[in-house]
Write a protein that binds this ligand. Structure first.
Ligand SMILES: [Zn+2]
Length: 182
């Protein structure tokens, strides 16, 4: 049995997400979870992997100035990363850190389908019908595998000081080595 991703999530959100997957299945679309909860360190790695040193420095400075020194340090301590642009969200600014987001790929004939968006559109529509928001329909950064709780939609506007307090309360006691903490 693969990792039980739904068990990592906020229980009420997990229930809705499971309904989404069941409804997709009824339409012949199999969506397979691959990312649920994500720590600030995991988010920091994903954000850094496509950014320049200048962009990283600018983000750290802004976070420190605006009341998030702990998260600025998270962004620093994960070290250099390399990879594709997969997220616009800095650590603390993704619903995955609040356990209110799920990423699934579309499973077709036993393989992950990333190019054809047909299944992702059905998944996103079903999620919206249940009050969730879907990355498939985002305009700034289209994220077909991603669905999240509707309460997270305004998060890009949350003050860094508030995000810092939330993140420290949820993740501050994570031991080194767990959830990707260095
Ligand atoms: Zn996601």
């Amino acid at each position: 049995m693969a990792t039980d991703f739904l068990a990592q999530l906020d229980p009420a959100f997990a229930t809705t997400a499971k309904q989404v997957l069941t409804a997709c299945e009824a339409k012949g679309i199999t969506m397979r979870p691959y990312y649920a909860a994500r720590s600030p360190w995991q988010q920091a790695r994903l954000w850094r992997q496509s950014r320049s040193t200048e962009q990283i420095q600018a983000a750290r400075q802004r976070m420190e100035t605006e009341g998030a020194p702990w998260l600025a340090n998270v962004l620093n301590e994960v070290g250099p990363q390399h990879g594709d642009h997969v997220t616009n969200a800095l650590p603390g600014k993704s619903a995955h850190q609040y356990k209110l987001a799920l990423d699934c790929f579309w499973l077709v004939n036993g393989e992950a389908e990333w190019e054809d968006t047909t299944g992702y559109r059905i998944y996103a529509t079903v999620a919206q019908e249940r009050g969730l928001s879907a990355g498939m329909f985002w305009t700034s950064f289209v994220d077909p595998p991603h669905i999240q709780h509707g309460s997270m939609d305004n998060m890009p506007n949350w003050a860094w000081s508030m995000v810092e307090a939330e993140m420290y309360a949820r993740w501050g006691n994570t031991p080194s080595g767990q959830w990707g903490r260095p």
